[in-house]
Design a protein around this ligand. Structure first.
Ligand SMILES: [Mg+2]
Length: 233
């Protein structure tokens, strides 16, 4: 990223995580380590809570994607003197379509993402976004990129989503809820994120399989690895 700090390194994770205004980093850390043990898995939907997702399609597998720095490659916007990340709702709404494309790494990278999503969907994966950015800011990107159809409204959870708020913004806890409701086991779900904190929490709780995005945004190689991770499982 042209000498700019990486998102995991040069930024306060709390800022990028988007929950900074709501909880302090100390509180967030404390909450992370005070979670109750993971929900028990293995029971199928019929025995679960009557609350079901409204778009259930019996997908046997699931990929949960982070947004900022995973699907997007956040750019510094000179005229706004700020980074285009989705926890800055007003900033994102003021971006031009061109700037939104830049935030996706350009037309070519967005096309690679479309191919990845298409492949995953064909493999029988339900696709979710779980992000600490605002849902509307994420949707703006998906709309401009032409990727909205892969992510129905009920499958994008931002920091303003009740399901994430109720779980104190702990992504692993939200994923566990989805898994319990859909009857997915550990190996049925892959969580993809560029935040080591989010990945580590998922690993610590043994929630599901994880994939860490090393750079700012999935590379072509990452996308291949994500597609391969659940293939044939
Ligand atoms: Mg991220």
């Amino acid at each position: 990223m042209d000498g700019s700090p990486t998102f995991d390194g040069g930024y306060s994770p709390a800022s990028l995580d988007g929950a900074a205004a709501l909880i302090s980093p100390d509180e967030a850390q404390e909450m992370d380590f005070c979670r109750s043990p993971r929900a028990s898995f293995g029971s199928r939907r019929s025995s679960q809570s009557p609350t079901v997702l409204d778009d259930e399609d019996d997908a046997p597998r699931c990929v949960v994607l982070d947004f900022d720095g995973t699907l997007s490659t956040p750019k510094y916007v000179e005229r706004l003197q700020n980074w285009a990340v989705c926890d800055k709702e007003v900033l994102i709404s003021s971006l031009t379509d061109e700037e939104i494309w830049a935030n996706g790494g350009g037309v070519q990278r967005v096309e690679l993402m479309r191919q990845m999503l298409e492949t995953l969907q064909r493999q029988g994966c339900a696709l979710y976004i779980v992000s600490l950015g605002f849902t509307g800011a994420i949707r703006r990107h998906l709309d401009v990129w032409g990727l909205s159809s892969y992510f129905p409204e009920s499958r994008v959870f931002g920091q303003d989503s009740p399901l994430l708020i109720e779980r104190d913004y702990v992504k692993a806890a939200l994923i566990e809820n989805l898994m319990a409701r859909r009857g997915w086991a550990f190996g049925d779900v892959l969580f993809v994120d560029d935040s080591q904190k989010n990945i580590s929490e998922c690993d610590r709780r043994r929630t599901c399989a994880t994939y860490t995005v090393a750079e700012s945004g999935l590379t072509e190689r990452d996308m291949g690895a994500v597609c391969a991770a659940l293939r044939g499982s």
